[in-house]
Design a protein around this ligand. Structure first.
Ligand SMILES: [Fe+2]
Length: 410
């Protein structure tokens, strides 16, 4: 655990250490900036010609030999996997989830507890229509589904999971990460999420584990930096805060419960797997205050903002039309946002799902999480709103399949 009592001094010292890893930190940044700009230009040109930017594949094609396609994901840091769930099944699941929200009067509860969750409070657009619900049958059944088991193993296999003889994680053994639900009303204009990354903000500069993850970036070896090498990703430490992830996710993602496309208040991504290199080295430049990291604050999401990252933000694209049962996945370093306005006609609903392979760090979390599951409380990573303790129709241990039990470390 990182102590933040002396955070200004820590940031100042660590920035000095990070600069000293390079022969010329300004030159290093300038090289990284050039690379990122070339990626941005490519994205802008694809956007202009209405061509596909985010790699897409159908669930049934995952078993094929896909080396070119995998290279594309390595570059873009994200992928859409379509038709993972059968249409009628997903429609029923969506209905069940809506009944769960309404029968249990979530909206009333939420008003009473809305000050507990501060994680997104510094992001310009404020809090979106994201629900502090984790244990509905819909969510639990999606997590323990055979379909997602296949998808996550495939996603894990995109990573290098061994380093110097050490197994960082087991790609064929999944735990689950209980996360929330997004249910966005048509016409909603007040809510959205400005561009950010999860899994650590200032930690990415000051934590020793993260410094090792990114060591090639700081030490003039950007060309060698591989965002899909898991080395040291299991060694990172977080600043304590509700809603900062304590697990290692090979991908963050969600399952669409309803059809949604650009303009429907959906996800946006900057599809550049190496963009974290730009964010990290930008903060070391001389125009940034000694104790500043381009606006990132402890215990908040990592902020990507127009003041310091305007070039990068040109690469922000809305994901294409998704149908119910499609899924989208992004690398934990990929910048993402939720559109400010929902101009479409229907609810845009998603269940968040992460890919959390078996490793010591994830297992330790899963054990704490399973206790919360049994009590119906919010998982350890999230604000302790505990809405569901007395909710009707909450999933219990009787609803778990053998795979579901194993994935919850029960
Ligand atoms: Fe996020």
């Amino acid at each position: 655990m990182i102590d933040i009592n002396n955070i200004d001094q820590i940031i100042k010292d660590e920035k000095e250490i990070l600069r000293s890893k390079s022969k010329d930190y300004k030159e290093n940044f300038s090289k990284i900036e050039k690379f990122i700009e070339s990626e941005i230009l490519q994205i802008e040109s694809l956007k202009k010609n209405k061509q596909n930017i985010i790699p897409e594949i159908n669930f049934r094609d995952l078993s094929s030999n896909l080396s070119d396609f995998k290279n594309e994901i390595n570059k873009r840091g994200c992928v859409i996997i379509k038709d993972v769930f059968d249409d009628s099944l997903i429609h029923q699941m969506n209905k069940d989830l809506e009944s769960y929200i309404e029968e249990n009067n979530y909206y009333e509860d939420q008003k009473k507890k809305s000050n507990i969750d501060q994680y997104f409070s510094d992001l310009q657009s404020g809090k979106p229509q994201i629900f502090g619900l984790y244990w509905s049958k819909t969510q639990v059944n999606i997590r323990q589904s055979k379909e997602l088991d296949v998808v996550k193993k495939w996603l894990n296999s995109l990573w290098t999971h061994e380093h110097n003889g050490e197994t960082i994680f087991d790609p064929n053994n999944e735990l689950v990460y209980a996360d929330r639900v997004r249910r966005r009303e048509p016409g909603d204009k007040t809510l959205g999420l400005s561009p950010h990354c999860d899994a650590g903000s200032v930690e990415r500069w000051i934590d020793k584990g993260y410094q090792d993850v990114y060591k090639d970036i700081f030490a003039d070896n950007f060309a060698k930096y591989d965002p899909f090498n898991a080395a040291y990703r299991n060694k990172t430490q977080e600043i304590e805060s509700p809603a900062v992830s304590h697990v290692f996710r090979t991908f963050q993602g969600w399952v669409a419960l309803t059809a949604q496309g650009p303009g429907d208040g959906t996800l946006q991504l900057i599809p550049i797997a190496k963009s974290m290199a730009f964010i990290l080295t930008r903060a070391l430049m001389d125009d940034i205050g000694e104790t500043d990291l381009c606006g990132s604050k402890p215990a908040r999401a990592l902020s990507v903002n127009p003041t310091y990252h305007s070039m990068l933000l040109r690469g922000l694209v809305s994901i294409p039309k998704m149908n119910a049962g499609d899924t989208v996945w992004w690398h934990p370093d990929v910048v993402h946002a939720v559109e400010d306005h929902h101009l479409g006609n229907g609810y845009s609903n998603v269940v968040y799902v992460g890919s959390t392979p078996y490793c010591k760090k994830n297992l330790a979390y899963a054990k704490k999480q399973s206790q919360k599951f049994l009590e119906g409380k919010s998982p350890p990573d999230f604000a302790a709103e505990d809405y569901e303790v007395s909710y009707k129709n909450r999933a219990t241990v009787d609803d778990l399949t053998p795979l579901g039990k194993k994935q919850l470390a029960l």
